[in-house]
Design a protein around this ligand. Structure first.
Ligand code: FAD
Ligand code: MG
Ligand code: MG
Ligand code: MG
Ligand code: MG
Length: 466
C-alpha cells in the first residue's frame, strides 16, 4: 500500500512505539473504529490518541468526499481530487498508538469484545512487519476493543426490484464513477455509427437516473452540463439527441427543501431538457429497457416502457450485513430494519461499549455527512474528556441543505439550527454552493485539487476519457 512509508515516518516521531499485542498493557483503553467514511475519519481526526490506543479498520483505504461525487463521472472534478488516503489522516496522530487495518470487519463479537476482520493487507505504523501478530493477505483475525465505534455506513438499496443489481449502476463509491463514464462513452460511440432515427441510436443516448434526492438531481444536472457544454462542440447531432430522464416516486424532487425552491429546481431541470417523471416507480429493469409506473390518480396508474442505454440507481440505502447480523443477536433492544438503534449518547441499545455514528445508526436523523460528522465530533469530545457514561446527550445542529441543478444553478437553504440565514436559487447560489463545499472538504490537498479542477474547467473542456 502506498501509505506504508508515511506510516514509518510517523513511527519515528513517536516516543511510545507499541504493537497491538502490548496495547492492552500500556494502561490505555483500546478504541476500535469501523469505517473510513464521514463518521470514521471524523472520529479519527478528533480523538485524542494520547489517551486511547486507536485502531481503524476499513476495507476502503481512502476517505471519500461524497458531496462532490456526482461531479466526477463527467470529469467536472477529477476522481482523485475527492479521495484522501486514510494514512494521510493517521500520520497526523503522532501522540500515541494509531493502527490502520485495510480489512473488512465481518463480525462484531459483543460477548468477547472483539471484532473479526478479514484483511487485504496490514499496515501498523508502530509495529514491526515481522511481528507474529501482523496479518497477511486474506487472513482473518480478532481485534480486541474496550470501545467500538461502528461507522460502516450503508449500502445501496434496490428494494428487491428485479434487474436493478444486474443492469443498474450505483453512484456511492469512487469506483462507480469511471464505470458510469465508460458506459456513457461507449454508448455515444456506438450511437454515432447508427443512422439518425434508428431506435437503437435513441436507446443508447438515453440515460435514466432513478431517485430525485440530491444525488440523483446533481448527477442528472452534471450529465446534462457535459452534453450542453462539451459534447455539443464535438458531436452536435449526437448531443441534441441525448435524453436524460429523472424518475422520482414522490410528487416532488428534493423534498428536504421548501416548495418554492423545489418548484424552482424542477423548472431549471425542465429548461435544460431533463425529463422529469414524478409519482413514478420503477417496477422492473431489463437489459435494454425498464418498466415505470406513474400514479395518475388514486385509482389509476400509467405503465410506460423506457428504453435506456445507461441506468443510474440513486434511491437510498439499506444496512450492511455486519449491522443486520448484530441486530439479530440482540433482538429485544434492537429490531429496526433501518440500522442500529442508539440512545441519546449514541450508544448502541442493548450493548455497553459499542457506539454507532453515521448512516449505520438510527437516531431519527437524515443519513447525511453533516450528521455523521457532528456525531463523531460529539463522541470524541465525550471520550477526550473521559465523560463516557456521564456526558450530555448528543444534539444535532442543522446547517441546511444545498443542491446543484446543472447549468450553473443551485438551490440552498442555509440555517443555524432553526434560524434561517439564507435561502435562494440561481447563479449566486451556485457560487455559494461552491464555496461551502470547498469549506466542507476535510483535507487541504483535496481542497486545493478541487479548486484547480474548477479553475481548469473555466479554461478547458472536461476530462472525459475512458
Ligand atoms: P460512509 O461515509 O459511507 O463510510 C462508511 C465506511 O465504512 C466506508 O469507508 C466503508 O468502506 C466502510 N465499511 C463498509 N463496510 C465495512 C466493514 N464491514 N468493516 C469496516 N468498514 C466497512 N451528505 C451531506 O451531508 N451532504 C451532501 O452533499 C451529500 N452528498 C452525497 C452525495 C452522494 C453521491 C452520496 C452517495 C452521499 C452523499 N451524502 C451527503 C451522504 C453522506 O455521504 C453519508 O451520509 C455519509 O457518508 C455517512 O457517513 P458514514 O461514515 O456513516 O458512511
Ligand atoms: Mg464511516
Ligand atoms: Mg464518505
Ligand atoms: Mg463517507
Ligand atoms: Mg444516521
Amino acid at each position: 500500500s502506498s501509505g506504508i512509508s508515511s506510516f514509518k515516518t510517523a513511527a519515528k516521531k513517536s516516543t511510545t512505539q507499541a504493537t497491538l499485542s502490548s496495547y492492552s498493557n500500556n494502561g490505555k483503553k483500546n478504541v476500535v473504529i469501523l469505517g473510513s467514511g464521514w463518521g470514521g475519519i471524523s472520529f479519527l481526526q478528533h480523538i485524542d490518541e494520547s489517551k486511547y490506543n486507536v485502531t481503524l479498520i476499513s476495507p476502503r483505504p481512502h476517505f471519500l468526499f461524497t458531496p462532490l461525487l456526482p461531479s466526477t463521472p463527467v470529469g467536472t472534478v477529477d476522481e482523485k481530487s475527492i479521495i484522501e488516503p486514510v494514512v494521510n489522516f493517521a500520520v497526523k496522530k503522532t501522540k500515541g498508538n494509531v493502527s490502520y487495518y485495510e480489512a473488512q470487519a465481518t463480525k462484531i463479537n459483543h460477548l468477547d469484545n472483539t471484532v473479526t476482520i478479514k484483511s487485504f493487507s496490514h499496515v501498523n505504523p508502530f509495529g514491526d512487519s515481522k511481528n507474529p501478530e501482523s496479518i497477511k493477505k486474506n487472513d482473518s483475525a480478532d481485534i480486541k476493543y474496550d470501545y467500538l465505534i461502528s461507522a460502516v455506513g450503508a449500502e445501496p438499496n434496490t428494494f428487491g426490484i428485479p434487474g436493478v443489481q444486474e443492469h443498474g449502476m450505483f453512484l456511492k463509491e469512487i469506483e462507480h464513477s469511471p464505470k458510469i463514464r465508460k458506459q456513457f462513452i461507449e454508448n455515444i460511440e456506438r450511437a454515432n455509427l447508427l443512422p439518425k432515427g434508428d431506435p437503437e441510436r435513441k436507446r443508447l443516448l438515453t440515460l435514466v437516473v432513478v431517485g430525485g434526492g440530491p444525488t440523483g438531481v446533481e448527477t442528472a444536472g452534471e450529465l446534462q452540463d457535459y452534453v450542453d457544454q462539451d459534447l455539443k462542440k464535438y458531436l452536435p447531432s449526437i448531443a441534441e439527441e441525448v435524453q436524460i430522464h429523472l424518475i422520482e416516486a414522490l410528487p416532488v424532487i428534493l423534498n428536504m427543501f421548501e416548495s418554492k425552491l423545489t418548484s424552482y429546481a424542477q423548472k431549471v431541470l425542465e429548461q435544460t431538457s431533463i425529463k422529469l417523471h414524478l409519482k413514478t416507480a420503477v417496477s422492473e429493469v431489463k437489459e435494454k429497457h425498464l418498466i415505470a409506473k406513474t400514479k395518475i390518480s388514486d385509482t389509476e396508474t400509467k405503465t410506460e416502457e423506457i428504453p435506456y442505454g445507461t441506468l443510474i440507481w440513486a434511491t437510498g440505502n439499506k444496512p450492511r450485513s455486519i449491522v443486520t447480523d448484530l441486530i439479530k443477536e440482540i433482538p429485544e433492544q434492537q429490531g429496526s430494519r433501518r440500522g442500529l438503534l442508539v440512545d441519546e449518547h449514541l450508544k448502541v441499545k442493548g450493548l455497553n461499549n459499542v457506539y454507532a455514528i453515521g448512516d449505520n445508526a438510527v437516531a431519527g436523523l437524515a443519513p447525511t455527512a453533516q450528521v455523521a460528522h457532528q456525531e463523531a465530533e460529539y463522541l470524541t469530545k465525550v471520550f477526550n474528556k473521559n465523560q463516557v457514561g456521564s456526558a450530555k446527550p448528543f444534539k444535532y445542529l442543522h446547517y441546511g441543505a444545498l443542491a446543484y441543478l446543472g447549468a450553473e444553478k443551485a438551490i440552498a437553504n442555509i440555517t443555524y439550527g432553526k434560524r434561517q440565514l439564507y435561502t435562494g436559487g440561481g447563479l449566486i447560489t451556485f457560487y455559494i454552493w461552491r464555496v461551502l463545499y470547498l469549506s466542507m472538504i476535510i483535507s487541504w490537498r483535496s481542497r486545493f485539487k478541487v479548486m484547480s479542477d474548477w479553475f481548469k474547467l473555466a479554461l478547458f473542456k472536461r476530462d472525459f476519457f475512458k
